[in-house]
Design a protein around this ligand. Structure first.
Ligand SMILES: NC(=O)c1ccc[n+]([C@@H]2O[C@H](COP(=O)([O-])OP(=O)(O)OC[C@H]3O[C@@H](n4cnc5c(N)ncnc54)[C@H](O)[C@@H]3O)[C@@H](O)[C@H]2O)c1
Length: 395
C-alpha cells in the first residue's frame, strides 16, 4: 500500500510540474501499459476529487457498458446504478463487476422523486448521469407511447428536481440524435448542436421533452446539466430487439433478416465503448447548459450493415427478406461531432474500424451464449409482437 501511495505521489508531482512526459514516467516506474494507465487514472481522480456517480438506467445496454468503463477508468469512484429493471434492464449485463466494492445496485424508478432523493442522500452522490428510458422506436409506434412520455420526459424532470434539491455538481442527460428529425439522403447536411429539435417519432418526441426540460432548468434555475445527442450504438450487451443483435440472433438460427423498405436508410454507427468514453469526458469537462453531439463519422445505410453481417456470419443475400417500411422512418441521420472532438475526445472505432468493431460484436454474441440463452427465455416480451409485425408486412 505504501509503495502504491508513493507511486501515486510521484505521478501527481510529475503531472503538476509537467516535469516528465507520460512515457518517461511509465519507464521510470517500470510499469506495463495496463498498470501504468490504471495508476495514472487513479492519480488524476485523486487530484481532481473522487466522485460518487448515480447512473440511472445502468442495467441497460449503454448504461451497463458505461458502468464497466467508469469502474475501470476511475478505480476510486463510487458508482450507484439506479434502474427500474424494465424488460430491457438486465443485471446479467453486470455480473462480472457486481462484487466490486465501489459498485452498488438500487432498484428504482426515475419518475419517483422521493426514491431518487433518498438514493442521492444515502450514497452522498456528487454527479448524476441518466440512461434510463423507453428506447425501442417500434414499440413507441405499435405499442403505445404513454410509458415513453412518462420515463423519457417526466422522468428527466424528476431527476432535474432531485439534482437541484441536492446541489449535485453535474448532471449529464444522455439523449439521441433522433430528436433532430431526419436529413435528406442526397444532402451533405449533418446534425449540429444548433440544429432545431424536430422529432418525427413518439420515442424521439418523448426524449426531446426531457432535453427541453434540461434547457429550461439550466436557464431558469442554473441547474448544472449537460445534454448529449448520440448516434446509433452497437456493441456487447444490447437487447436483441435492436437491429444488430436482432440480425445476429436470426442469422445464427438460419432465419431470414427483415430489411425495412429499400434498405437505404442511413445511420451513423458508433461503438458503445466510444460512447462511454465520450460521456466520461463530458461528466468531467462538459460545460453546464451546453449540448454536445457524439458520433464517429461513420454513416452507413442499412444494406451495407446487413451485408457486412451476412459476410461475418457466412450467409448470402438469400437470407434477406424485405418488409414494408416503418411508418415515419427517418431517412438519414448524420452527426457533426466537432464540438466534442475539440475537447480532445477521439473514438477508437473510427469509420475504418467499423468492420473490426462489428466482427468483435458478432464474436461477443457467439461467445456469450449463456447471456443470449437467458434472454431467449424472455422471448415473449422480446419479439412476439415484432415477429408477427414482420410476418404480416412481408413485401
Ligand atoms: N441505443 C442507441 O443506439 C442509443 C443512441 C443514442 C442515445 N441513446 C440513449 O441512451 C440511453 C440508453 O439507451 P440503451 O440503448 O442503453 O437503452 P436500453 O433500453 O438498453 O436500457 C434502458 C434502461 O433504462 C431502464 N429504465 C427504463 N425505464 C426506467 C425508469 N422509469 N426508471 C429507471 N430505469 C428505467 C431499463 O430497465 C434499462 O435498464 C437512452 O436514453 C437512449 O435514448 C441510445
Amino acid at each position: 500500500m505504501q509503495e502504491l501511495n508513493s507511486k501515486i505521489n510521484i505521478i501527481r508531482g510529475l503531472l503538476e510540474r509537467k516535469a516528465l512526459s507520460k512515457a518517461e514516467a511509465q519507464k521510470l516506474l517500470g510499469l506495463d501499459d495496463k498498470n501504468f494507465s490504471a495508476l495514472f487514472e487513479l492519480s488524476l481522480d485523486l487530484s481532481e476529487g473522487v466522485k460518487n456517480v448515480l447512473v440511472c438506467g445502468g442495467a441497460g445496454f449503454i448504461g451497463s457498458n458505461f458502468v464497466r468503463h467508469m469502474l475501470e477508468a476511475h478505480p476510486s469512484y463510487k458508482i450507484v446504478n439506479f434502474d427500474k429493471l424494465t424488460y430491457a434492464g438486465n443485471l446479467e449485463n453486470l455480473r462480472d463487476i457486481e462484487k466490486n466494492p465501489n459498485y452498488t445496485f438500487v432498484q428504482g424508478d426515475i419518475t419517483d422523486l422521493e426514491q431518487l432523493n433518498k438514493t442521492i442522500q444515502d450514497h452522498n452522490i456528487t454527479h448524476v448521469i441518466n440512461f434510463a428510458a423507453e428506447t425501442h422506436v417500434d414499440r413507441s409506434i405499435h405499442g403505445g407511447s404513454k410509458e415513453f412520455v412518462m420515463t423519457n420526459s417526466l422522468g428527466v424532470q424528476m431527476i432535474l428536481d432531485a439534482v437541484k434539491m441536492n446541489n449535485i455538481e453535474k448532471f449529464v442527460n444522455v439523449s439521441t440524435d433522433e430528436v433532430y428529425g431526419a436529413l435528406e439522403l442526397e444532402s451533405e447536411d449533418m446534425f449540429r448542436e444548433d440544429t432545431p429539435i424536430m422529432p418525427n417519432m413518439p420515442y424521439a418526441a418523448a426524449k426531446a421533452g426531457g432535453d427541453l426540460m434540461c434547457n429550461a432548468y439550466w436557464k431558469t434555475h442554473g441547474t448544472p446539466v449537460v445534454v448529449t445527442h448520440c448516434s446509433n450504438n452497437y456493441g456487447p450487451y444490447q437487447f436483441p430487439e435492436k437491429l444488430i443483435p436482432f440480425f445476429i440472433f436470426k442469422l445464427i438460427n438460419d432465419e431470414k433478416v427483415p430489411v425495412y423498405g429499400d434498405g437505404l436508410n442511413v445511420r451513423d454507427w458508433i461503438h458503445v465503448r466510444d460512447h462511454a468514453s465520450a460521456l466520461d469526458l463530458l461528466l468531467h469537462k462538459g460545460e453546464p447548459g451546453e449540448v454536445y453531439n457524439i458520433g464517429s463519422d461513420n454513416e452507413r445505410n442499412n444494406m451495407e450493415v446487413t451485408r457486412l453481417m451476412l459476410k461475418l456470419l457466412g450467409k448470402d443475400e438469400s437470407s434477406i427478406e424485405y418488409v414494408t417500411d416503418r411508418p415515419g422512418h427517418d431517412r438519414r441521420y448524420a452527426i457533426d461531432a466537432s464540438k466534442i472532438f475539440s475537447l480532445g475526445w477521439k473514438p477508437v472505432y473510427t469509420r475504418e474500424k467499423f468492420e473490426e468493431g462489428l466482427k468483435e460484436t458478432v464474436d461477443w454474441y457467439l461467445a456469450n451464449t449463456e447471456w443470449v440463452e437467458a434472454l431467449r427465455k424472455k422471448k415473449d416480451e422480446m419479439n412476439n409482437w415484432q415477429e408477427s409485425y414482420f410476418k404480416n408486412n412481408k413485401k
